[in-house]
Design a protein around this ligand. Sequence first.
Ligand SMILES: CC(C)(COP(=O)(O)OP(=O)(O)OC[C@H]1O[C@@H](n2cnc3c(N)ncnc32)[C@H](O)[C@@H]1OP(=O)(O)O)[C@@H](O)C(=O)NCCC(=O)NCCS
Length: 161
Amino acid sequence: MSEIPAHEIVVASTEEEIQQCYKIRIDVFTHEQGFPIETEIDYLDPIATHFLLRLTPSLTPVGVIRGSKSSETGSYKLSRLAVLKDYRQFKFGRELVEALHNWILKDARKSDQDARSVKVVCHSQIPVKGFYAKFGYISEGDEFDEDGDPHQKMVLELPLE
Ligand SMILES: CC(C)(COP(=O)(O)OP(=O)(O)OC[C@H]1O[C@@H](n2cnc3c(N)ncnc32)[C@H](O)[C@@H]1OP(=O)(O)O)[C@@H](O)C(=O)NCCC(=O)NCCS
């Protein structure tokens, strides 16, 4: 593996940063993987927190992940994790998941100080189930179709202590 490029992860807070997140997702999910562009931007985007991994000092965007909290169940959702093809295997995917988990922990501790754990859900594409399993995500239920491709619901109980 070549040397890991210098980088940072930020919460996308400007319109330009949000658009950079969308562009990475469209590059990876639409152009590389063939998912429909119509469903790429969805109902969670306006309410989600978007994390952007970018190289420093150039600020070139290379990775993204999105977190949201369900007001009905109180659980969190990890979605739209993508790293541009040329930048895989630098542990950027892992860093993005860890950044999201840290945000979830902070948010969950604020809203319920007595809770011992918090539930995080993701809908994994089948070839990346092993990636999520490395963080402790466990498959729940049967595979299902999402946007024309099989997915597996995976769940993590993230300890708050
Ligand atoms: C999935 C993805 C984000 C992983 O990012 P990455 O930066 O290449 O992965 P990392 O280098 O952080 O890998 C972290 C660990 O997971 C492992 N891993 C990576 N991809 C994996 C896969 N498909 N299956 C199983 N393990 C995987 C790595 O070997 C590494 O293991 P280690 O920490 O024990 O050494 C990236 O491959 C990607 O963007 N894929 C296309 C989009 C996609 O499928 N997104 C998921 C939608 S559900």
